[in-house]
Design a protein around this ligand. Structure first.
Ligand code: MLT
Length: 404
């Protein structure tokens, strides 16, 4: 008789955003006349940039002719994209990352869920609390997190680093020593970040205790302040302790196109074993490469026209972020984030729980956000709104919230 992976049975409930979608669908079915504004999941709403569309059309045409048709993509990514990334995201910022340290994938969600596979099962993970749920859930599936305390919303073997108003949302070095440290900066969900100097302290800490930082930089395009690092490799010593995850979803609107990459430096070694070689082996075995058409679209993100168009798109969303931040502050809410990230993190009013506020907002303003407690126990009493809506919907949602 076969057995299942019992670790899956330990997962509480369903994935946060699936849960929210179910609740919203039920509300919508019961109230078909209500126009719901969705500022919950961080999904983009603006169309792909013209430079990206043009590159995709060109690649589609190539697929129509035997001479230019492409089959399986190289499993680690096409050279044209890996070199555009190495130049555009790293060399341009003074980081020496080479093409063969870059692994192209179908997005940062899969990479952030899969990366734990190359580490031993008894490694201790440390996560910020609140946290993007994929980091914890994928470690639950792997059997690395111990037992779940439903009342506390915490796993016995996970090291939590609370990020709240009390510490300005800056994670502190944990009392217990972790083996793997997940950092998402600028942060999802709080929309806050740390300075380059603070990040350097994390890199020094990881090198000192022999930990690996899994650094999710999916929101780096939204950084507006000079003293914030776009890549962890801007910090000295990061190549011997950090893996960086990047996405094309938020900077270029590829949520439905799917493209991302992971950087595993060759200097990152456990004894004699290269993590770069391990990830290449894993990628080669389990992944058949992102589609050619999509990788050509990704290349266009780094073209002159692509850069200009996408910086306008980022500015569009950040204008929404500013509107939400200022509008809610004026309405008396305590609000964080929205300066270096497309997320606004607010204190729920009158001591409401995060889910109570979710229900209240949905029922009375027909606006969907994300309850902070869905991201971890320290998210209780907070609520996330995304700036990825259209300008019109963002303004309308704000009006509705102000009029509550
Ligand atoms: C979020 O809303 O937190 C993100 O969109 C989820 C994701 O990127 O997978």
């Amino acid at each position: 008789m076969y057995k299942i992976n019992e670790n899956y049975q330990k997962l509480p409930g369903s994935y946060l955003f699936s849960n929210i979608a179910k609740k919203v669908n039920a509300f919508s079915a019961a109230n078909p006349e209500k126009k719901i504004i969705r500022l919950g999941i961080g999904d983009v709403t603006q169309p792909l940039a013209p430079a990206v569309i043009e590159a995709m059309h060109g690649a589609v045409d190539e697929m129509a002719h035997a001479e230019t048709f492409r089959g399986y993509a190289p499993d680690l990514g096409y050279d044209f994209l890996r070199s555009a990334i190495a130049d555009g995201d790293y060399r341009a910022r003074g980081c020496e990352i080479s093409e063969d340290e870059i692994f192209v994938s179908d997005g940062a969600k899969s990479d952030s869920g899969n990366i734990q596979e190359i580490f031993a099962q008894d490694n201790r993970i440390a996560v910020c609390d609140p946290v993007y749920p994929v980091y914890v859930d994928s470690n639950v599936m792997a059997g690395r997190t111990g037992t779940y305390d439903a009342a506390a919303g915490m796993w016995s073997d996970v090291i939590y680093m609370p990020c709240t108003m009390a510490n300005n949302f800056v994670p502190e070095f944990p009392k217990e020593t972790p083996d793997l440290i997940y950092l998402c900066l600028p942060n999802n969900p709080t929309g806050t970040t740390i300075t380059r100097t603070q990040l350097q302290e994390w890199v020094d800490y990881a090198n000192r205790v022999g930990a690996v930082i899994i650094y999710d930089a999916a929101y780096e395009a939204y950084i507006s302040e000079e003293n914030v690092a776009h890549s962890i490799y801007e910090c000295e010593g990061a190549k011997s302790c950090a893996i960086e995850l990047r996405s094309f979803s938020k900077n270029a609107g590829f949520t439905g196109v799917r493209l991302g990459f992971t950087v595993v430096p060759k200097e990152l070694k456990c004894g004699d074993v290269s993590l770069n070689a391990m990830w290449a082996r894993r990628h080669g075995t389990k992944f058949n490469g992102a589609p050619y058409i999509v990788q050509r679209a990704g290349e266009a993100v780094y073209s002159e026209a692509g850069r200009a168009q996408l910086s306008e798109q980022v500015a569009y969303y950040m204008r929404n972020a500013k509107l939400i931040k200022e509008g809610l502050s004026d309405a008396g809410y305590t609000v964080f984030g929205g300066v270096n990230a497309p997320y606004i993190w607010l204190k729920t009013p009158e001591g409401m729980t995060s889910w109570d506020f979710f229900d209240y907002l949905l029922a009375n303003a027909n606006v969907v956000g994300t309850p902070g407690s869905g991201f971890g126990p320290s998210g209780e009493g907070y609520f996330r709104l995304t700036a990825f809506g259209s300008l019109e919907n963002t303004k309308a949602a704000l009006e509705r919230i102000k009029n509550l």
